[in-house]
Write a protein that binds this ligand. Structure first.
Ligand code: ADP
Ligand code: ADP
Length: 226
């Protein structure tokens, strides 16, 4: 586990557009932080900077007590779940989850133990030999989460992971993600534009607008305000 601290983080894109204008956020060990706000407010930019997919043009990002701005993304010990969770269609569920670990040269016995454990947690054990097309949408999204879980990262990052699912499935998956978080207790940052999703999932809610943090705190306290 690790805390994630953003100190006066800024992002000016090439061309001069200032997408993030000095953001301070502190996500404690094992906390689930949700970034919410209208489209274009900078949520994805912020998450991508934590992931190392986007350069930081000001301030510091600290993961587990270490400033990571200058560290190679591969060394950050994070795993990200995307909205477009393209699985490899020709690979079994097992191999989809194992793929990243094999790339790192992990031993096959360790890979099997990690994939089996993730499959148990995600209730995918009976589906390990299936191909993605033989799964429902929710099962596929669980495989995508499995790929992140098997890496046993210090931090999970989620970029609108449910926005391609239908309404009923989103609600079911929201509950599953919350359960998963309670079980794994991994520090998480989750981006959504859906207020209800934010309310359900967040230990800490960060409300963004125009590249800045408008409010931070407990979701109930924030939404109860008049
Ligand atoms: P959100 O995730 O909240 O919808 P984004 O982080 O995707 O917002 O975008 C924040 C702002 O930065 C938007 O105005 C967007 O147009 C702009 N932006 C995003 N990516 C780039 C880029 N590569 N170059 C220039 N501007 C960008
Ligand atoms: P594909 O049909 O895409 O070739 P398979 O499901 O046949 O994929 O799996 C290919 C390899 O992946 C197997 O030979 C095996 O080594 C490994 N594998 C797949 N599922 C499991 C599993 N449940 N336990 C251990 N290894 C597995």
């Amino acid at each position: 586990m690790a805390n994630v601290t953003l100190r006066n983080v800024r992002k000016t894109y090439l061309g001069g557009f200032e997408a993030i204008k000095g953001v301070n956020v502190d996500v404690g060990d094992g906390q689930f932080c949700v970034l919410v706000g209208p489209s274009g407010c900078g949520k994805s930019t912020l998450l991508r900077m934590v992931a190392g997919l986007e350069t930081v043009t000001g301030g510091e990002i600290d993961i587990g007590g270490r400033v990571v701005n200058q560290v190679e993304p591969a060394d950050r010990d994070i795993a990200m779940v995307f909205q477009n969770y393209a699985l490899y269609p020709h690979m079994s569920v097992f191999n989809n989850m194992a793929y990243g670990l094999r790339n790192r040269g992990m031993k096959e016995t360790e890979i099997k133990s990690r994939v089996d454990e993730a499959a148990r947690v995600l209730e995918l054990t009976p589906m390990l030999e299936r191909k993605p097309r033989q799964l429902s949408g929710g099962q596929r999204q669980r495989v995508a989460m499995g790929r992140a879980i098997v890496r046993q990262p210090k931090v999970f990052l989620f970029d609108e992971p449910l926005s391609n699912l239908d309404a009923k499935l989103r609600i079911a998956m929201r509950v599953e993600i919350r359960k998963l978080q309670r079980r794994l207790n991994t520090t998480s940052i989750y981006v959504t534009h859906d207020q209800l999703e934010a309310m359900t999932l967040a230990d800490i809610l960060v409300v963004m607008n125009g590249g800045q943090v408008e409010q931070v705190g407990n979701p109930l306290a924030i939404y109860e305000k008049p």
